[in-house]
Design a protein around this ligand. Structure first.
Ligand code: ADP
Ligand code: MG
Length: 255
């Protein structure tokens, strides 16, 4: 029984092209830990998260992704979700005509055995608790998913979905972008609330600011489709101060 989200030698292309984005990426997030990925724009961070979730825009040409003993690459998108994987998108989709409350309810319903129904009273109790935790107005439940939401509202909504679905492993792709400092604190609190020995988190961020609130066990630097350096949380501060060029320079010097 392995107890981690583990990626080995992952290669991925844009589907139907020879445009390589992930180029032999290795990463292991043990259960109970929070890891951060930082890296310049265009290094493939969002692609990595979408490949993990099973997005069909990309084709995996080599390598593996295991969530504990489950091979994620064998599963469809919805099966990955039901197996305990969650991705909070950098750019959440709008779903006109489907209310947030019904959307989350349907996702939870899909996890129940056939014939079993969600208890509506318990569902709303739990939903409202989590919305209170995230400082979200009740009116959100009736609004279409992400339609007309501000950037910050979309990000809170992603975290609300995460709290409700209670995944084993969660990837948050730049959940901090578009959030002011108060919203950032609240969102971090949501994540910190879920942290525990049975959960693993991968937090993708461009700024170290988020990591003041979600303190990571390990920080990885991604560039050109690979993890090129890993360290403790002080690495994030160093990156913030010095940028990314010194890491690539250091790598070139040792190559
Ligand atoms: P990051 O999240 O680190 O900023 P992305 O994963 O979004 O990086 O993108 C990595 C690179 O791959 C970029 O150059 C981007 O333009 C390209 N890319 C990502 N997805 C696609 C796609 N579906 N079609 C074409 N190019 C893509
Ligand atoms: Mg991105």
């Amino acid at each position: 029984m392995s107890n981690s989200l583990r990626i080995d030698n992952l290669h991925a292309n844009v589907e139907g092209t020879d445009q390589k984005i992930l180029k032999g990426l290795n990463l292991e997030v043990p259960k109970g830990e929070v890891h951060a990925i930082m890296g310049p724009n265009g290094s493939g961070k969002s692609t990595l998260s979408k490949v993990m979730a099973g997005n069909e825009e990309y084709e995996v040409t080599e390598g593996s992704i295991f969530m504990d003993d489950t091979n994620l690459l064998d599963l469809d998108i919805d099966e990955r979700s039901r197996a305990g994987f969650f991705l909070a998108f950098q750019y959440p989709h709008e779903i006109p005509g489907v209310s947030s409350a019904n959307f989350i309810r349907a996702a939870l319903q899909a996890r129940l055995p056939k014939g079993e129904e969600i208890d509506a009273v318990a569902y709303y109790k739990s939903l409202y608790e989590k919305m209170d935790l995230l400082g979200m107005d009740r009116k959100f439940t009736a609004r279409s998913v992400n339609e007309g939401f501000s950037g910050g509202e979309k990000k809170r909504n992603e975290v609300l979905q995460m709290l409700m679905l209670d995944p084993t492993y969660a990837v948050l792709d730049e959940t901090d972008s578009g959030l002011d400092i108060d919203a950032l604190r609240i969102v971090a609190e949501g994540v910190n609330n879920m942290r525990g020995p049975d959960k693993g988190f991968l937090v993708i961020t461009h700024y170290q600011r988020l990591l003041d609130y979600i303190v990571p066990d390990v920080v990885h630097v991604m560039a050109d489709g690979q993890i090129i350096k890993s360290g403790d949380k002080s690495l994030a501060l160093e990156l913030e101060e010095k940028g990314y060029d010194w890491v690539t320079a250091e790598l070139a010097a040792t190559a």
